[in-house]
Design a protein around this ligand. Sequence first.
Ligand SMILES: C[S@@+](CC[C@H](N)C(=O)[O-])C[C@H]1O[C@@H](n2cnc3c(N)ncnc32)[C@H](O)[C@@H]1O
Length: 299
Amino acid sequence: MPAALLHDAIHHADNMDVLPGLPDAAFQLVYVDPPFNTGASQSRRTLAMVPDADGDRTGFKGTRYRTRLLAESRYRDAFDDYLAFLEPRLREAHRLLHESGTLYFHIDYREAHYCKLLLDELFGREQFLNELIWAYDYGARTRRRWPAKHDTILVYVKDARAYHFDGESVDREPYMAPGLVTPEKAARGKLPTDVWWHTIVPTNGREKTGYPTQKPEGIVRRMVQASSRPGDWCLDFFAGSGTLGAVAAQLGRRYVLVDESPDAVAVMRRRLPEAAVVSGGDRRRGRGDAPRKREAERA
Ligand SMILES: C[S@@+](CC[C@H](N)C(=O)[O-])C[C@H]1O[C@@H](n2cnc3c(N)ncnc32)[C@H](O)[C@@H]1O
């Protein structure tokens, strides 16, 4: 077993300072739920020059012009920046996955299509397994369009001929119309499909940590049950409140969590007191240098 994976661990660092130091193919499951559009948005402007005696620019033979904005492609740039932020991290996710492993990439419905193209490029289109829809019913409802009440989870496997998937080990759910199936079937429930109806983390529920973007254990549990076995290593490098770690611990899996936010790390330490905590990146360790700063504790 590589030394880096001896303990369940929480890393307090930028994930790009940690991922390169983790061993190839060490993880059976990677779940990530990155923040929306982290890359800085620079707007790209197209200007037209219009002759105007009071204009702000002087051209050939002293003619005055004013500039007129023709187009501003802020959105395109924002997406380019966002994909540039994600790309090296998802490339690392691919390297870190075991050949039977699976990536669950949780993303806002506005970004999902751009990210799908990026993941097709990194993993290969033939490794695309599912688009999961997590549907919930919470929060304000606009009257101007259909209220958006879902997130998208893109599922890619490392190798479509070798991946592990055990739908039978996933908690079943009630039939929508139990009267249409036998009483035995109704009592057993059905396997979830690719549309997952599940509440957000309940305000006063047991699992509520107070971390703003916390995801419910129920949806992460399905991923861990179906795509890993007891004892396997799971990774979340945008870990937030540590939902993946909590679920992995409950199901007898091992975990590595990374987050750069001190608030996230404080929440994870409370939620997962048995984990080792490593502060500071470790980017150069794989290249033979000493880590910048390392504080590993084992409770
Ligand atoms: C949407 S939240 C994840 C929530 C998590 N799934 C949960 O259930 O609590 C995204 C997290 O990514 C972290 N993050 C953003 N950029 C990061 C980076 N470059 N390295 C490590 N963590 C980062 C943020 O601090 C935030 O906690």
